[in-house]
Design a protein around this ligand. Sequence first.
Ligand SMILES: Cc1cc2nc3c(=O)[nH]c(=O)nc-3n(C[C@H](O)[C@H](O)[C@H](O)COP(=O)(O)OP(=O)(O)OC[C@H]3O[C@@H](n4cnc5c(N)ncnc54)[C@H](O)[C@@H]3O)c2cc1C
Length: 513
Amino acid sequence: MPRRRFLVAYTLALASTGIVKGQGLDQQTPFPLSDQSHDRPSWSTLPISNPTKSFWIDTPGSNPLAREHHGIFERSTGPLCFGDEIDVCVIGSGITGISAVYHLQRFFGAQGDGQDERKVVVLEAREFCSGATGRNGGHLTRNPFNGYATRERLYGQENARKSYLLEDYVSSSITDLIYSHGWSDTVDLVNGGHITVFLDEEEERHALVDHQDAKEGGLKLKDVRFLDKQMMQNAYGINHSGVFFPSYNLWPLKFVSNLYNLSASANPRVKVKLHTLTPVTAISSSHSSSSAPSNQDTRWIVSTPRGNLSCKTVLHATNAYSSFLLPQFSNRIIPTRGQMFVVRAKASLERLKRHSWDANQGYEYWFARPEGKDKHGKEYQPPLVLLGGGRDTAGPGLDQYTMDDSVLNERVSKTLKEFLPNLYAGTGLFEEGRDAEMEWTGIMGYTHKGAPFVGPVEGLDGQYIAAGFTGHGMPRTYAAAEAVSGMIVANLMGTEWKAPEWLPEHYLTNWRH
Ligand SMILES: Cc1cc2nc3c(=O)[nH]c(=O)nc-3n(C[C@H](O)[C@H](O)[C@H](O)COP(=O)(O)OP(=O)(O)OC[C@H]3O[C@@H](n4cnc5c(N)ncnc54)[C@H](O)[C@@H]3O)c2cc1C
């Protein structure tokens, strides 16, 4: 499969200077900006107001929390009001922010701190869950061993091992939640496993080495099966070798909506409010100077176009957008645009299989949606396939340093359009030249070594962050949110936080990144 690659090496990508300027909400309305705005690079904006339409968000009926007044706790218009004693202001309603709300109400409940009530507010710049989580590929695919040797070298054996344990933990926690609450059908959970396709021998060789190292490092890999070319050809019509391992796919927005509804009603002592279409434009200290609060009574003033909130604690769950409010992260979390392409297959799901897939070192990833869910008329139609990737053909800059998800990259569109008919050539599963039924972009938060930042923001007492999940957030965000929520609750209650056994140290903000 010939492919023109511009800059595959990630380090080179980070050094590239291709900057696309987004048209942020901040450029449309004169809101107060952060004290540190002079440090903010020009590419760092608020989420823009007119993103491309995503299958997950824009399928009618799929986002009931989007913007309308819903229930008694959510509002997207009018002045903000929730008293002046907010315990935690969560910025961002993606899977990280909402997982944090879930864990916060659990931890507050478990601690029984004698306080009558705890208040948690979620502030979201656009519609509910309209960032990367509402625009991603839908894979809940834990990485079983990929990159093991590098992680062991960078972080030591124990941390390397924990980074895989964490993904196991998230995958089983999320699916347990889904099964125990009977959400499987609502969120279209598919337990179909995942196949990585090796497009060349070098990819396969690397995988075999990683697999061996991971085994020696103590990872349990009994469900991993390498598949040779013949097996792949017979079973799937693909003329490459591959590796199979357990994995899920789902409708991320629907999972996050269910999780929010559960969290907002689970604990009567914890009052939860969601404000959509409410961008946070600045955060300042309630002290007259701009220095950090020095004790429990001090508040952070969180400014929005609908008014200010006074918060004891602020959690930045803003992922790719983190540098807008925290410019000190502008060289640590790099906004990186990903693109999705939805195409109608030519064959049934039985022939396509229910696995999710990736190829080309993870640059392309896809799966076929459950049949029957997307047909509009009575006539049967083959499933839609959601394909993401193509970023290695995005051109100079690899679509980094941009927060603009209102546009498509034409080069990437071309790559994605050709990808499946080429890979499955001769099978009749995909029609050459078939146009996308939907195509959209979303912004990921890349970090230099792929690990997120979880924990207190240095020098800003009472502000925390969980962000920087690259293109691999579904199996990590829930745990990062759990860890940071544990820290927040311990801090508010004056107790000691104990790190969960699955948390690698290199995820923490105080690790020497
Ligand atoms: C095209 C694409 C495909 C992907 N595919 C996959 C996949 O298949 N599997 C996988 O594991 N991962 C995938 N990812 C990555 C994954 O989606 C992310 O890692 C994950 O969703 C991050 O969740 P989050 O909640 O941290 O961030 P987000 O979902 O981006 O949430 C951050 C939220 O903060 C809001 N916000 C930002 N700034 C402000 C502000 N100042 N005020 C108020 N609100 C603000 C944003 O509007 C946004 O809603 C993909 C990402 C993209 C873009």
